[in-house]
Design a protein. Structure first.
Length: 82
């Protein structure tokens, strides 16, 4: 995700098209064919990589919590006896 953020920052012109604040909102097109519109193909791929990274992170957090639940419970039970 850091590398994708760097890509978006340093070479945003290949990832995203242009839309000025003063442009007509009716002329805004998010995606056309990957070579025009507000989001270009490299930008779409970068967004997909970021989304995949977040999904992987949350899956890892869930897995770690499940792995730690039983040992933490057992240690809590042992401490309750003290």
């Amino acid at each position: 995700q850091v590398m994708t953020g760097q890509l978006f920052y340093w070479v945003s012109s290949i990832c995203f098209g242009e839309f000025e604040v003063t442009d007509d909102i009716n002329s805004l097109v998010l995606w056309v064919d990957g070579s025009s519109g507000l989001v270009l193909l490299p930008g779409l791929l970068g967004c997909a990589i970021c989304l995949g990274g977040w999904i992987s992170y949350f899956a890892l957090v869930g897995w770690v919590r499940r792995q730690q639940a039983k040992p933490f419970y057992e240690e809590g039970q042992r401490l309750d006896l003290i």
